[in-house]
Design a protein around this ligand. Structure first.
Ligand code: NDP
Length: 324
């Protein structure tokens, strides 16, 4: 496993991180979840990503149990706050009340005294950014949070947050956006803003939720043991990657990546993960997995370098389907 600095901070993270969205506490049982975490640790992954909202907070509890007994200093744990986690008006958003209480809940479920990176899961237009950043500053000062990140914020929101972070001495170091061969929206504005402000990209869904593994075939129903074929996952697949999943031509184009990968001795999943890691502004790719074999396969993409000719061929194959 290779390691990178998180943006311009001193924090060192594994360039492949393991995330438990949809899987822990929902799609897979606890035994399978533990096996995936074990496989991640065996592959040298040190960096684990979750959120309070995943599986209605169960994902944090499962991850906390799976990591119990590990040397805390050897792990980089991140979680997130913003999406609703309860019925009340203050069980959501980025108010001072919810950020502080949300962090306490996450620490309890994860079974730890601090999180390494605490993310604002989305921007909250209802709350003054000053209030949110001051709450993060207090969490940092109390030692419950070491570094702060934002997820799916625009370039303009990130620049304003970075200005406040400087004033309040908050180590705002990470942006967590969606990024893959197919979804490249961050390249035009978010990445330049983050480079100016010193934030690294910790990117999610590098396989576009499994599409780039090549297992979804045009004109064929999704396998019943895949995310798109299961109750826990298919709604998220439809919502976030449905425009490719339901487009036979797009799935056909993805199949053309198969020979590009095999010529390099890679699987399609490894090619897709290596592709996001080619971007120097990316600090880590967060992989998801429903079984340990996937973790092992995907983690082997660490350290793979792709020639420009390969990147050009990927662009040529996918050109009609890339979202920028
Ligand atoms: P991926 O794009 O890597 O998709 C992972 C899924 O693809 C797996 O669960 C598995 O699903 C399938 N898969 C993985 N490897 C293989 C393989 N080698 N062969 C075949 N199928 C494979 O990432 P996710 O969408 O899971 O996102 C990763 C993480 O990013 C999340 O866990 C979370 O931590 C973070 N995230 C953050 C968000 C945010 O808003 N900040 C939003 C979403 C995710 P299956 O086997 O069931 O088909």
């Amino acid at each position: 496993m290779e390691f990178r600095r998180l943006g311009q901070s001193g924090l060192v993270i594994s360039e492949i991180a393991y995330g438990n969205w949809i899987t822990h506490g929902a799609q897979i049982d606890e035994e399978a979840a533990h096996a995936c975490v074990r496989a991640a640790l065996d592959a040298g992954i040190t960096t684990f990503d979750t959120a309070d909202v995943y599986s209605e907070t169960r994902a944090e509890t499962v991850l906390g149990k799976a990591l119990a007994g590990q040397r805390r200093e050897g792990l980089v744990l991140s979680t997130k706050v913003c999406h609703p986690v309860g019925p009340g008006p203050n069980d959501r958003g980025l108010s001072r009340k919810h950020v502080i209480e949300g962090c306490e809940g996450s620490l309890r479920r994860l079974g730890t005294d601090y999180v390494d990176v605490y993310y604002a899961h989305r921007y909250d237009p209802a709350v003054p950014l000053e209030e949110t950043m001051l709450a993060f500053a207090d969490l940092v000062r109390s030692g419950k949070v070491l570094y702060v990140g934002v997820s799916e914020w625009t370039a303009e929101q990130i620049s304003r947050a970075a200005g406040l972070a400087r004033e309040l001495r908050v180590p705002l170091v990470a942006s967590q956006p969606q990024y893959s061969m197919l979804w490249r929206v961050i390249e035009s504005q978010v990445v330049p803003a983050c480079e100016r402000e010193g934030l690294g990209q910790v990117v999610w869904s590098p396989l576009a939720q499994g599409i780039l593994s090549g297992k979804y075939l045009p004109g064929t129903a999704a396998p019943s043991d895949s995310r798109a074929g299961t109750e826990a996952g298919k709604g998220f697949v439809d919502m976030l990657v449905g425009h490719w999943m339901n487009d036979e031509e797009a799935l056909r184009a993805v199949q053309e990546l198969g020979p590009v990968a095999s010529d390099l001795g890679l699987t399609m999943s490894q090619l897709a993960i290596a592709w996001v890691l080619q971007n120097p502004s990316v600090s880590a790719a967060i992989i998801g997995a429903s079984r340990p074999e996937q973790v092992k396969e995907n983690a082997a993409a660490s350290g793979v370098r792709l020639e420009q000719a390969v990147l050009d061929r990927v662009d040529e194959i996918l050109s009609a389907y890339i979202v920028r």
